[in-house]
Design a protein around this ligand. Structure first.
Ligand SMILES: C[S@@+](CC[C@H](N)C(=O)[O-])C[C@H]1O[C@@H](n2cnc3c(N)ncnc32)[C@H](O)[C@@H]1O
Length: 289
């Protein structure tokens, strides 16, 4: 390891402050590998580059983009998408028969494979006369730019894209594949930090909050799941990643989510249990104590 300890500590607290992602000691090699190409491009060493980050906003943005983990694929894990077409979508079509409109949020969307996978299923299964809006948000501006462009390399296409959907929903542009305009039109992007307030974010029929909670500590995870209660419709669904769950939530929050097994996945649904009122004892604690 060549990166200085102070550089690593400075970068890990920057990432924590800006995204809540935790880079514990032992991840120096990962931080260094991700920052090295940026340092080389800036003509300096990784340590010099880290010092630059405290004064250079544009470079800080690039470093944060490089340090977010953007691993994703088409129809990732399959089970959630199967559960969506088999169970969630039919239930929502019945429940929304008056408005004929569905709202879906891909929170932590990475380069957009999750949002566009859902868009493909909606294109195939949404009855005529219905509309659907998909909001794709992420803390990484570089990832949001990729969602907007909707272009993917052959290597990315090889990760889960069925041949029939490739032909149906993409056009070849040079060495890349670009998603067709009708699916692009369904997806709106927005910069959103999951660990900050969700200003102006509406309620959704389905929220995909997948493979992101694993990067946060327990308190941040609970804060996000508490805030999500206001953004999942009372008869809507929240889907987490396959290694994420609501099992370790604090006692005030646990009863506010219930787990429902749908095929091979567990969906999470708001129970409608109200937030507990602060106890009189806690309101007597002087501020600043
Ligand atoms: C591993 S990817 C998951 C992508 C997709 N949800 C999936 O399951 O395939 C995690 C994404 O979370 C984003 N992320 C990390 N911290 C975040 C935060 N505080 N707010 C919003 N997005 C965040 C990263 O930029 C990255 O794109």
């Amino acid at each position: 390891m060549t990166m200085a300890r102070e550089s690593f500590q400075m970068v890990s607290s920057l990432v924590r402050r800006e995204t809540s992602m935790v880079y514990d000691e032992g991840k120096e090699y990962l931080v260094e590998a991700r920052l090295l190409p940026l340092a080389v491009a800036a003509g300096c060493t990784v340590d010099e580059y880290c010092r630059k980050l405290s004064i250079d906003f544009a470079e800080r943005r690039k470093a944060l983009d490089a340090l977010t983990i953007n691993e994703t694929s088409w129809f990732r894990d399959q089970g959630p998408y199967q559960a969506f077409t088999d169970t969630m979508l039919p239930a929502l079509l019945q429940a929304r028969s008056t408005t004929r409109r569905l709202r879906i949020w891909s929170a932590a969307c990475s380069s957009g494979q999750e949002a566009y996978s859902i868009a493909m299923l909606l294109d195939q299964h949404l009855p005529a006369g219905w509309s659907a809006e998909i909001l794709a948000t992420d803390v990484s501006t570089a990832m949001l730019a990729r969602v907007k462009t909707g272009r993917y390399s052959q290597v990315e296409m090889n990760r889960g894209m069925p041949a029939t959907s490739l032909v149906r929903y993409f056009t070849r542009v040079g060495s890349e594949w670009e998603i067709v305009p009708k699916l692009k039109a369904m997806v709106t992007t927005r910069h959103l930090n999951l660990s900050a307030p969700y200003l102006g974010v509406p309620t959704f029929d389905l929220v995909l909050l997948r493979n992101v909670l694993i990067y946060f500590d327990k308190t941040t995870k609970a804060d996000i799941l508490r805030r999500m209660l206001s953004h999942v419709a009372s008869d809507g669904y929240l889907l987490l990643g396959s290694s994420e769950s609501t099992l370790d939530l604090p006692p005030d929050l646990a009863p506010r989510w219930r787990r429902e097994q749908i095929g091979r996945v567990q969906a999470h649904r708001p129970t409608g249990v109200p937030a507990p009122r602060p106890s009189p004892a806690s309101s007597l604690v002087p501020t600043g104590a």
